[in-house]
Design a protein around this ligand. Structure first.
Ligand code: T3D
Length: 262
């Protein structure tokens, strides 16, 4: 059976590549489980210090495989609340709760849940030819995979509503201009740039980077007073790490730090 998500671990980076190119990497059950397993591995394996998510072929991910939702096949309608609980939401939670950087290289069209999985990653680079489509309105659904949350938070209501209600494609360069993603890069440079970024993050102070991710994500839902306390606790923890000692020693010795992720 073809692997629906290819995974390779090298230089501390777990590269996870969605691999159903003939369907623009749309999700079937097998791919859901494989992607979740990849992120679970990233949680469990200390050798993984960053993740790079991308897709094979001309698309990044076209969301749910609609062939698996064909109403013409008859039978009982699929309970989409159940599929979100079973497939999308656990993966989204794994990505957000992973205290290691997740880079996403959007190599082509990202539609429906495919767009929103990309937006759940920490640093999103996209090929200039890529576009983000909240395709849900075209088929009578609502944005899922965290999309209604992240679009509203990142873009504010006017742009979030326009994208979600019209399902108009948002080109990568515009997505970067709006702050929805980090950068749009030349198509040919995407993978090199994304991999270099993921490797440099994997060579970083993993504990401190993970705590930084936690803090920035918590900011949206905490008051400044509460946040200052969480920040203090995280700094206390980072300050006890071997990587902090190494960072300071390297600075004082005018050399490059050698972080070990501890
Ligand atoms: O169901 C649940 O569990 C709830 C959760 C839902 C989450 C969701 O993601 S709902 C949204 C599902 N996705 C979509 O509605 C997007 C559907 N796809 C498109 O609108 C277009 O394909 C794109 C805009 C993404 C790309 O357009 P284009 O013109 O570049 O490519 P294409 O020709 O439409 O697609 C190429 C092939 O991929 C084509 O197959 P073929 O004709 O060559 O054999 C097409 O059918 C297939 N494909 C694309 N998207 C899907 C798909 N096959 C199955 N499911 C797809 N989502």
């Amino acid at each position: 059976m073809t692997e629906t998500v290819l995974t390779v671990l090298a230089d501390g980076v777990l590269v996870a590549t969605l691999n159903r190119p003939d369907k623009l990497n749309a999700f079937n059950d097998q791919m859901h489980l494989a992607l979740r397993a990849a992120f679970q591995r990233a949680h469990d394996d200390a050798a993984v210090r960053a993740v790079l998510l991308t897709g094979t072929g001309r698309g990044f991910c076209a969301g749910q495989d609609l062939g698996d939702r064909d109403p013409r096949k008859g039978g009982q309608a699929v309970d989409l609340g159940h599929t979100l609980d079973t497939f999308y939401n656990p993966t989204l939670r794994l990505i957000r709760s992973l205290e290691k950087p997740v880079v996403c290289a959007v190599n082509g069209v990202a539609a429906g849940a495919g767009a929103n999985i990309a937006l759940a990653c920490d640093i999103v680079l996209a090929a200039k030819s890529a576009r983000f489509i909240q395709a849900f309105a075209r088929i009578g659904l609502v944005p899922d995979a965290g999309g209604s949350w992240s679009l509203a938070r990142i873009l504010g209501e006017p742009r979030a509503k326009a994208l979600a209600l019209t399902a108009e494609p948002l080109p990568a360069e515009k997505a970067a201009e709006w702050g929805l993603i980090w950068k749009a890069v030349e198509d040919a440079a995407l993978m090199d740039e994304a991999l270099a970024l993921a490797k440099s993050l994997a060579a970083g102070p993993t504990l401190g980077l993970g705590l930084t991710k936690r803090l920035i994500q918590a900011a949206a839902t905490t008051s400044l007073d509460d946040h200052l306390e969480i920040e203090r606790d995280c700094q206390q923890q980072a300050g006890r790490s071997a990587d902090y000692a190494e960072g300071v020693a390297a600075f004082l010795e005018k050399r490059k730090p050698e972080f070990r992720g501890q």
